[in-house]
Design a protein around this ligand. Sequence first.
Ligand code: FAD
Length: 292
Amino acid sequence: MKPAVFDYVRAESVAHAAEVLAGAGGDGKVIAGGQSLMPMMNFRLVKPSVLVDINAIAGLDRVELVGSRIRVGALVRHFMTARDPLIAQRAPVVTAAMKHVAHLTVRNRGTFCGSVCHADPAAEMPMMTVMLDGEIHAVSTRGKRMIPINAFFAGSLVTSLEPDEVVTAIDLATMPPNMGFGFHEFARRHGDYALAAVAVLMRRENGRPRDVRIAVMGLGEMPSRIPTAETVIEGNELSDLTIARAVESLRAAVSPNTDLHASADYRRHLAGALAKRAIGDAWLRAREAEPA
Ligand code: FAD
């Protein structure tokens, strides 16, 4: 199909983009990489009256360290995130997850922020933003605001972003150098949206796991942390029994859907298998990184 009729504005600045969105009466859409928006427009699942193209706005294509956090600009493409040395050094779990995002052509255009704004429950970068305490910077003609990630996702493809707001950047927490990570996902073909994925962070202190974080995607309406599974591991000896208990509590906490790709039961089972591997990898890396 082809999209419904729309106007197109190539914004010259963030203020210009915000002005056009404000004038669209709630019916405008920002276009960044267009990799999710255009298919949705072609299927007429969305019919914006005006597209606000942010691709010509200078300064939005940077990854930088701001204080202790990594700022990812709204025009940082997936291929840039994958190769960025700051992200590789300070948030290596993002680099690992990015390897699973889509195919080359999509990665050349799609953006980190666009993926988070799109809020697909099976997308890797929204999950990374949950895992690393993301903060979303939004601008409108009413001013600027920062939205913490736990107030951002509201459901599958739904966020708390107002229709007149443009996201300029997303900040992520950096990982301490002794933090191990594990990331495992299962997709039918590499680069397809995953059936499920699990990411784990932990560091090792006196032989025990600390600061444990476990996040999942593809297992509910939005990516989430699993505090019950984290608590099982935090500060306890990481025996096979502890891992089995964490896996059990993760399986109990998720609410996957049945669709044409997999049943809810299969996804729940998969989540446990992926969690076991991700916990193992995180622990191994934490051990290697533990200060002598
Ligand atoms: P766009 O398509 O331009 O926009 C998406 C939505 O976000 C729109 O609603 C738009 O208005 C909004 N938006 C974008 N930027 C902003 C902003 N700065 N401010 C406010 N709103 C904004 N993704 C994965 O994570 N994993 C995959 O495995 C995967 N596989 C894919 C396979 C295919 C074949 C395709 C076509 C896409 C796939 N994707 C996958 C999606 C891809 O990562 C998209 O690029 C991404 O989800 C959206 O980024 P974008 O920059 O293209 O956003």
